[in-house]
Design a protein around this ligand. Structure first.
Ligand SMILES: [Zn+2]
Ligand SMILES: [Zn+2]
Length: 359
């Protein structure tokens, strides 16, 4: 009998996920079959699961994944994105988006926006290619996937959210030339915000000011590199105090809330940069004065996903600083795949930074 993999399948029924056995594919061409070790649930998964985002279904959700290589297709890559050799049994992470390398966006270096992209945890079922999400025992990696080796010393608690959170933050922080001695403001103290605080602090930021409406999340960020934590009402005073009235060099919006953006952008210094990461769902339009952008020489950047090098940098950062900034404590509870429904319910509680599944 053909081998089967247990998988959690979302069929468009809000709040419901079904366990199902799916034939385990043998990798063809440049594909690689991975045995999933862990998958963490992210806000995007939860929005899809609650049906507040339009997604294709049936689908196997989960895009924050770590796995071990189980089989190579005959033409599969034998080295990771930094040139390290790949072998069966190695622990790896991979980019959310597999890119064609040839389309309009790929030719312009934006492989994360590939027009023929394949996105793990977001694909509808195609026969033989169902196992392409994290909530399953196996995941099939497609040609054009960025793969990065993970040292066994890095805990699954630290590394599992990496292919979504850490790599995206690495991409966002490239919005400025340097963080050494710079002032950084972050709105949103979820895992993206904590990771941004940690990475900015590790690169020598003079101050990392964190703002959030949730005091519990806010004060947790001190352990991850935030030097000041403020509720939105106190933000202007805190920034003025920290920067002697000049404003921050980089403001990073990771919450996706329109109100957060409106409190954030006036806090940026002349010539400063605003990087937007959080708004990956429909939010209210924001008001922003064109004159301010011009007269204050502001730069505004949107960052969605990331390029291959960002994933390499993300792993490097977690190896060097994951423990220092207590990013090894962000998964507050692990569940087995058979308890996935319970895990999704638990993940709705905002006190959990991440809930994890170990198939
Ligand atoms: Zn995610
Ligand atoms: Zn492309």
């Amino acid at each position: 009998m053909k081998r089967q993999s247990l998988a959690a399948v979302f069929r468009g029924n809000a709040g419901k996920i079904e366990l199902q056995k799916i034939p385990t594919p043998s990798p063809r061409g440049a594909e690689i079959l991975v045995r999933v070790e862990s998958c963490t649930l992210c806000g995007n998964d939860l929005q899809s699961f609650n049906d507040s985002r339009k997604i294709v279904e049936p689908t196997i959700p989960g895009h924050e994944i770590v796995g071990r290589i189980e089989a190579f297709g005959p033409d599969a890559p034998r080295a990771d994105a930094s040139g390290l050799p790949l072998a069966i049994g190695m622990r790896i992470v991979w980019g959310i988006v597999a890119a064609c390398g040839e389309c309009f966006c790929c030719q312009r270096g934006l492989t994360q926006k590939c027009l023929r992209s394949f996105k793990y945890g977001h694909q509808g079922f195609v026969e033989g290619y169902e196992l392409v999400g994290g909530l399953a025992e196996h995941c099939l990696l497609m040609p054009g996937t960025t793969i990065v080796c993970v040292p066994d010393s890095l805990s699954l608690d630290t590394v599992t959210p990496c292919s979504c959170v850490t790599a995206t933050i690495a991409a966002a922080l490239k919005s400025v030339d340097t963080l050494e001695g710079r002032f950084v403001l972050i709105t949103g103290a979820g895992l993206f915000g904590l990771t941004a605080a940690a990475m900015a602090h590790s690169r020598g930021a003079a101050e990392v000011i964190m703002s959030d409406i949730n005091p519990t999340r806010l004060y947790r960020s001190v352990r991850s590199g935030a030097t000041r934590c403020v509720l939105p009402d106190d933000l202007a005073i805190a920034v003025s105090d920290a920067t002697r009235g000049y404003g921050v060099d980089l403001a990073l919006e990771v919450s996706g809330a329109s109100s957060a953006f409106e409190s954030l952008w006036p806090q940026v210094r002349i010539g400063g940069t605003i990087a937007l990461v959080g708004a990956v769902f429909t939010a209210d339009a924001v008001s922003l004065s064109m004159e301010h952008i011009v007269r204050r020489n502001l730069t505004i950047r949107g960052i969605h996903n990331y390029g291959p090098d960002d994933l390499v940098q993300a792993i490097r950062f977690l190896v060097n600083y994951g423990q220092t900034y207590q990013l090894d404590t962000v998964v507050t509870k692990w569940f087995s795949l058979s308890d996935v429904q319970e895990a999704l319910t638990a993940a709705m509680d905002p006190r959990h930074l991440r809930i994890g599944i170990r198939p």
